[in-house]
Design a protein around this ligand. Structure first.
Ligand code: MN
Length: 423
């Protein structure tokens, strides 16, 4: 049992019941303000606790962290310290923020220095991501795509239930929530009998995903087992893995996704420690084809995290278009990491491994417009009366996610980005 997860804990910092950031969460991010340089912070209620200032004031004197670990534009230095260290850090923060603890609470000038309102801060890209891998691990999503583009009777390719299919994505174009991007341009072949054309994508889509960030891995040539995998996962974030469906359809044969994916992917600014989700573990779907021994995983390894996607047209209110759940994943994170390293591939501090689009069993739980509008054949009606088959210019796509058991709610806030017109 992780002490910081105790659902009975209360903080002296006000946390509203609907907040994603109770004392049991303590997600890490990088923030700055008008007066403060970029640094490590942790969300609590509507506030951020400034870890650099806490360190300077001596509140971490029993921990192994240095000032430069917190006086950093990325979380990588603290992730580099490994699971034991970051667990101790979370436990220490939990203690300092508990209502029964007077160490910090009792010193008003320290509180004023260390607690910053989230609405006064700007959140920055939290991790220097060196490598980004995207999986394709939702059976509902893979089945929907296979049904649409191949054969409804053989929607899954022969390898799908034997290994978590993935590819190497582009790390440099991962952006943080709040950052906008321009509609990508590229080659498309809208007409079977005509040559390809070049121009702005007409079929821009979101992909509802979760991603995890890794601790330092093992040496090149070594593998991480499914049982070891939890010790190599620092935390999770929301992830919108934007896709240009028309560019993708033409370019992906035979090597897979390329320019249809590499223009942008959006991540939430808060990375929630894997530890915080331990109370929300749940069995995954039954894997009805027996997997090879290196992919067998023990215990409940899925996580019950409710997910939603909303589209907000310019100067209009948002419409929720999807309600899904991370628990639907056919392949869990432990299997993904074991598979990724089965060949001896090394992972590094701050690598990102994303789930792939998370679709559920019902049409309102599909995690992409491709599926929600069934390839454009069923336009979605938004609250403002407009219709969408895919994403329009100036639309903002917002994703949210949280786990809850009635008493504790562990969430991410949101990841949102607006699509600007093509350059
Ligand atoms: Mn993806």
């Amino acid at each position: 049992m992780i002490a910081a997860n105790n659902s009975a804990l209360q903080s002296w910092v006000e946390v509203k019941p609907e907040s994603d950031f109770p004392i049991q969460n303590l997600p890490f991010g990088i923030f700055k303000t008008e007066n403060l340089t970029p640094r490590v912070g942790v969300a609590i209620g509507e506030y951020i606790i400034d870890l650099k200032s806490l360190h300077v004031l001596g509140y971490f004197s029993n921990l192994s962290f240095t000032l430069s670990d917190f006086d950093s534009v990325y979380l990588n230095p603290i992730i580099q310290r490994g699971k034991t260290a970051t667990r101790e850090l979370r436990e220490r923060l939990s203690a300092l923020l508990q209502d029964s603890n007077k160490e910090l609470q009792g010193k008003e000038h320290h509180v004023n220095q260390c607690l910053i309102k989230q609405n006064k801060a700007k959140m920055l890209l939290p991790v220097d991501i060196r490598d980004y891998t995207d999986f394709y691990s939702s059976i509902e999503h893979a089945t929907n795509v296979g049904t649409m583009f191949r054969d409804p009777n053989n929607a899954l390719l022969p390898n799908w239930k034997h290994l978590p299919v993935g590819y190497h994505g582009r790390a440099s174009s991962i952006i943080v929530s709040g950052q906008n991007f321009h509609r990508p341009k590229g080659q498309q072949k809208p007409n079977e009998t005509e040559p390809p054309v070049f121009g702005p994508s007409k079929l821009l889509d979101f992909e509802l995903e979760m991603a995890f960030i890794t601790y330092p891995g093992k040496e090149l040539g070594e593998s991480i087992s499914t049982d070891e995998a939890d010790d190599f996962i620092f935390g999770l974030c929301l992830f919108n893995d934007w896709s240009a469906r028309d560019i993708q359809k033409w370019e992906y044969v035979p090597l897979g996704p390329f320019l249809a994916k590499s223009f942008a992917s959006s991540m939430s600014p808060w990375v929630v420690p894997l530890d915080a989700f331990e109370p929300f573990r749940i069995d995954g779907p039954k894997q009805d084809v027996e997997v090879l021994p290196y992919l067998k995983s023990n215990g409940a390894k899925n996580i019950d995290i409710k997910l939603e996607v909303a589209i907000q047209p310019e100067n209009s209110k948002e419409s929720v278009v999807c309600n899904s759940n991370f628990k639907y994943m056919y392949w869990n994170m432990n299997q993904q990491l074991a598979h990724h390293t089965a060949n001896g591939c090394n992972i590094s501090t701050g690598d990102m491994l994303a789930s792939g689009t998370i679709s559920g069993p019902t049409p309102d739980s599909y995690g992409s417009m491709l599926e929600l509008s069934w390839r454009g054949s069923k336009p979605l009606k938004l609250n403002d009366g407009s219709e969408r088959k895919f994403i329009n210019d100036l639309d903002t796509v917002i994703m949210r996610g949280h786990a809850t058991n009635g008493s504790t709610r562990i969430g991410f806030g949101e990841v949102k980005s607006k699509v600007l017109p093509a350059k």
